[in-house]
Structure formats: C-alpha cells, structure tokens
Design a protein around this ligand. Structure first.
Ligand code: PMT
Length: 422
C-alpha cells in the first residue's frame, strides 16, 4: 500500500508555465490511490485546461469561493484534506499565503487548513531571488510548511537558472514522505545532533581580535531544521542569539573554547554539523592591556588553532555522521574534496563564498555536498533553511539505507549460521 492510499489531497495549481507538470503530479497521486481534488487559480487555466484535471482527478476542478452546493468550500476543503499540495506555487500565491491573505479559493484553503502543506515554488530566477520571495519562503518554512524545490535548469523563454519546478516524481515522493510521517517530519526523532555556528574570535588584546564574517545564519538554520524534525540539538555558537526552544545552547568565543565544547558534546552525538567558521590562526600571546598606537605597529606572532573537524574525524564513534564545511574562494570542488579526505568527514558542504547571494551573512546559500563515497550533490541557490533541509535529507536518507543494509547483513549472517547449524 502506498502512503497516498485513501488520502484526500487538495492539489492547488497556480498560474505558471510549469502548470502542465501538475497534470503528471495528479496522475501519480491518483495511481498511488489518493483522492485528488484539484483547485486551480484563474491564472492556472491560462496554462492548462480544467478539462484535463476534470478527467484525471477524483473530483471536478474547483475554482470559486462561492459554490452552489457548499457555502464554505475553502473550509470544507481545508478541514477534510490530509494534505494540501501547491504545484506550481507562484510568487503571488506564496506571498499571499505567507501574509495570510485569501484572495481566491486556493489561498483561502491554504489558510483554512490544519493539514500539512507542501509548496513547490516555480518562477523565474529573478523572482525566486527577490528578497520578498526569500522572506516569504523562510516564513513559511519556519511555520512548518514543507517547501520542495525549486531546481535549477531550463526556464520559460529559454532562460537557465534557479526556479524550475521539481519533477513530478520528486513532488509525489515528497508528499508521500509528509503523509508517511503523519504530517510531522519527525525523521530525526531520537537523534542527538551537534551544530557549530558563527565565527570564532581570537583575541589580540582585550579590545581587538582576529575574526571572520560568519553570521551564524547557516548553523542556526541547521539547528532549527534538525530540532523541527525531532532531533535533540546542541548548538555551540559564537553568536548571541537564542537557538530553537528545545535546543541546548553553548556560547563560546574562541576556537579553543569551541573545540572543548564541541568535542565534549560530540561524544554522544549521532550527527555533528560543523557549519562554524573557525579561525585557523590565533595570536600566540594576546596582551592583557590595550595596545597603544604610540608604541608603533605591533608584530603579532600567530600559531594554528586546534582543528576541531579533524579531531572529531580521527575519533569518530561508530555510527556517527560527521558533516564538515569548506568555505572556498577558488577551485571549490577540488579544495573541498581535499578537506573531505584530510579531515575524516562523511560529507563536506562546499561553499563558494564569492558566489552571488551565497556564503557569509546572506539569507541564502548555494552549496555542493561531497559524500565520502564519491557522490556529489549540488544544492542550488535557496534559503539557508532549505540548504539545511537538503543536506539533512541526504544525511537522514543515507543513515536509513546504512541501517537497512546492516540489518540485511545481520539477517544474512544469522541465516547462514542457522544453515550451518542444521
Ligand atoms: O554563518 P553564515 O554567515 O551563515 O555563513 C555560513 C558559512 C559561510 C560560515 C558556512 O556555510 C561555512 O562555509 N562554514 C565553514 C567555514 C570555514 O571555516 O571553512 P574552512 O574551509 O576554513 O574549514 C573547513 C571545516 O573545518 C569547517 O567545517 C570548519 O568548521 C572546520 N574547522 C576549521 C578550522 C579549525 N581550526 N577547526 C575546524 O573544525
């Protein structure tokens, strides 16, 4: 039986060229046994005819807030749905939903439902990267809305870039996962996760330090995503910002302090995510009083700091997943691959910090995830929360597959033992 069997899914379709893919999404949900109710915006009908959905879905297309048979169709749809899926979701629908504005049946249903909601954005890159859209998506993700995609690729008019609707297969799979977990993505429940965030500060004197541009946003996005997915989170941070309500926050300043706190917390951790920008060098001998200009330009001798990631990699307990980062300005993949090999991590999240709208302090990021078995996963420009979501999807999926193959090996061994004993 599929996750869709017997489930009522409201399939919202809004007006973009990708609306044609919603037909295939509808077919996949129907094939899986779902009861699909298509809700189209007026714009959607300019791209795809209602007759197509009338013929394919479980019920005829709904478009109006004013139905002769049902005086409150949006509440009926919202209350009876097991899931509301919007594919494609335009910037207008995303904005209205984030702002709580209901201007048509689809946005009214979104606001009227307590069922899990899956939003699959599709739009041109310029729109997807507009700060208003980025804020709206971040707001929805924070409220627990599942954001699927978009991907990078060919767009309408022959353009290329981020903003393409995910494939119908990926959308159907995402809805399946949401339904499987009862609407809550509790796929990290029972896991202990340690995240480092922010940039360390290495004192020169009591008022000056060697620092870097890390804001902690990427680390906090990991902590929030993992906590929302049920993990027990410890965040080791240099940033004065509260973590997720359920998380343990350990505030540190220097690489030395971060090393001590992280190594301690990592002993019991299932997953460690090293998103912090840790200083590689520190002054050997920070002075106790403020350096005076009148004494001339000081010569500051530096030494290397402890390499936390390499320390964790060398002592990694069995079953622990270690995710390192690589902030690079050239040969991103090559340098990240060297860090993956050299530091004993299971994954390196390579961050080209010179890329537009990515890296230090931005709300968005774009990364390349390198796995120790050679797989490479590009994660196109999106909010830092969505980057965290994509990386954790990979980590959780791989941990799941590893656990399954370990069980199969154990089963195989005991079967072989049994046969030998017979
Ligand atoms: O915080 P934001 O403003 O949101 O920005 C996010 C980010 C750019 C800081 C983040 O995405 C990122 O790339 N973090 C890693 C920054 C970094 O220090 O990269 P690195 O290539 O110098 O280090 C490689 C890895 O080793 C990192 O996981 C780092 O945490 C770790 N490291 C480095 C030095 C050291 N002494 N100990 C370490 O553990």
């Amino acid at each position: 039986m599929t996750a869709f069997a017997g489930k009522r899914i409201v399939l919202g379709v809004s007006g973009g060229i990708a609306a044609y893919k919603a037909v295939e999404v509808c077919r996949r949900l129907m094939d899986g046994g779902a009861h699909v109710i298509p809700v189209l915006t007026r714009g959607a009908t300019r791209f795809v005819g209602r007759t197509t959905f009338d013929a394919l879905a479980s019920e005829p297309v709904r478009m109006s807030l004013f139905d002769e048979d049902d005086p409150i169709p949006h509440t009926t749809l919202g209350q009876t749905a097991d899931c509301v899926l919007v594919a494609p979701a335009t910037a207008r629908v995303i904005g209205a939903y984030a702002a709580g504005i209901s201007s048509d049946l689809l946005t009214a249903t979104l606001i009227a439902t307590r069922a899990p909601v899956v939003i699959c954005p599709a739009m041109h890159t310029e729109m997807w990267e507009h700060p208003a859209v980025i804020d709206n998506i971040a707001k929805l993700a924070e409220r627990g809305v599942h954001i699927v995609g978009p991907e990078s690729g060919r767009l309408a008019g022959g353009d290329e870039g981020a903003g393409r609707l995910c494939s119908p297969a990926d959308i159907a799979a995402a809805v399946g996962r949401v339904l499987d977990s009862g609407g809550l993505r509790a796929d990290m429940a029972g896991l202990s996760v340690v995240v480092t965030a922010g940039g360390t500060r290495e004192p020169i004197d009591p008022v000056r330090y060697i620092g870097n541009r890390s804001s902690g946003k990427q680390g906090y996005a990991f902590a929030e995503e993992a906590a929302d997915r049920g993990a027990d989170v410890t965040i080791v941070t240099t940033v004065d910002r509260p973590g997720p309500a359920s998380a343990t926050v350990v505030k540190v300043d220097t690489a030395e302090e971060m090393a001590a706190a992280t190594v301690k917390a990592a002993k019991q951790a299932d997953v460690v995510i090293m998103a912090a920008a840790v200083a590689d060098f520190r002054p050997i001998d920070p002075v106790g009083v403020k350096l005076k200009k009148r004494d001339g330009v000081p010569a500051i001798e530096l030494e290397t700091t402890p390499d936390i990631l390499a320390t964790l990699g060398a002592a990694k307990p069995h079953g622990q997943t270690l995710v390192g980062f690589a902030a690079e300005t050239c040969d991103v993949a090559g340098n990240a691959a060297a860090k993956l090999r050299g530091k004993g991590a299971d994954y390196i999240v390579a961050n080209d910090v010179t890329a537009e709208n990515a890296g230090f302090a931005y709300d968005t990021n774009e990364v390349l995830v390198l796995a120790s078995d050679g797989r490479v996963h590009p994660v196109g420009l999106r909010s830092k929360r969505q980057v965290a979501q994509a990386v954790l999807d990979l980590v959780v999926g791989d941990r799941h597959s590893q656990a399954q193959s370990a069980t199969q090996v154990a089963d195989g061994t005991s079967r072989a033992d049994n046969q030998e004993n017979q």
